[in-house]
Design a protein around this ligand. Sequence first.
Ligand code: NAD
Length: 497
Amino acid sequence: MAKSITTIGIVGAGAMGAGIAQIALTAGFEVILYDANEKALGKAAEDVALRIARLVEKGQAQPEMIAQAAAKLVLAYGLEAFKSADVVIEAIVEQLEPKQGLFQALEMVVREDAILASNTSSLSIAAIARACKHPGRVCGLHFFNPVPLMKLVEVIFGPATDPAVVEAMLELSKKFGKTAVRVKDGPGFLVNLGGRAYVTEALHVQSEGVADVEMIDRIMRDSAGFRMGPFELMDLTGIDVNFTASKVIWGGYMNDPRIKTAPLHENLFNAGRLGRKTGQGFHAYPENAPARPAYTPPEDDGTTSLNAVLPDADARFGSLIKSSGLVEVKDDKASPILISPLGEDAANAAVRLDLDPARVVAIDFTGIERRFVTLMSPLGGNGLVHEVAQWLNARGFATAVVKDSPGFVSLRILAMVANLGCEMAQIGIGTPQDIDLGMKLGQNYPFGPLELAEKLGPPVVLETLTAMQAMTGSDRYRPSLWLRRRAMLGLPIHTPD
Ligand code: NAD
């Protein structure tokens, strides 16, 4: 392998190739850029020069950078130009055969010690490497779009990848100014696999009629703290992109029900309602729509406590709500009975605890720090749930009332996000730390999935999922063994195997 990397070859000068060329140039590397389409190559060179000039204008780069980048960029009109490259990064069309063909052709030209990296977002690194004489030098180097702005790079190793190649690419990513995570080859790699829980669980919540897309998005933003609700996120990335990714990744994991999507996803795809880019997806995007106001919970008028009953069976929730001073425990035979079931619906909890269902109000308090709670009551509902919601509003809490269901909305989606993160640690997609880092930088999550499991409490996540699996009969909710063991042993979720 090359002792030091100074020359980067890039094949494919589209959106990604041009972005990679820009960051390599601004990091001071020699860059050789090639595209089968000469027009695309010329345009990429112009775009890169323009963007670097803009960085200088904004004071984000030194003026000398313009001349330095121009001097270090070589436009190539054939693969022979790559014979001096230490690394060649491929960013051509997302199809296996052209990528295999390109890597075979590159191997005829490049030095013995040159590294060949693919920016593929979905193809198997093992399959690309299979076609090569020296598969040990092949790895994935997965940048995110737009390359200059997105901090994360996934360095992907296949079964044949030489560990020294992985180390060299982690180092190179750092020199590019990126944060790299080491990822085992597999469908969706790290970020795209990890992202399946948030969106597909939201689709299941919607399809079961628990809440509509507006309410689910609102709960996940305002109560759980995500920057975007799952449906807004899918509309932004495009239903064509995320439906296809969901299907491919689910298939790649041999139809694991944990990451299966719901029919509504396909319906929208078939209807061509692809999200923001077509003006309609899960939401409509009319022109000049007013911006959504920022979340602010209502004012606390500080007046009364609520007379309520807190069954002993729910001690954890009971002590939390008692210590908040919001509730005065008083059984006058008419007050609401407040419970907070984990993964069980209110009806089931009422029967199990032998409570009067007409008085039971279930509260999801995963969003209590953000002063947002979700409420539900047993089948058929009861007026009390709205009275409790109103009282909570007067005490400075935002509320959402959803249909009775196992796991509410936020608890259920968060438990699934946490569980998938744990499963990814279990199967060695990345270290627990890299899984957290990847999801925060690659998907803008406010917390990593394992950090989330730790925050909710591994036993809480385990109990939620176990109850959901029992209630629904679906293995979609089967807890990861990584989670189960740490919850049972009382160990932190990041504890290595
Ligand atoms: P793009 O269509 O913008 O650019 C691809 C370029 O490759 C085109 O200019 C095309 O002329 C050229 N090309 C195609 N076949 C070639 C060949 N055999 N030899 C030389 N040049 C060839 O595509 P993109 O969005 O830049 O994506 C490139 C790769 O990066 C794909 O594998 C894609 O999956 C991956 N990727 C894309 C994104 C994204 O958001 N766009 C994000 C991460 C990874």
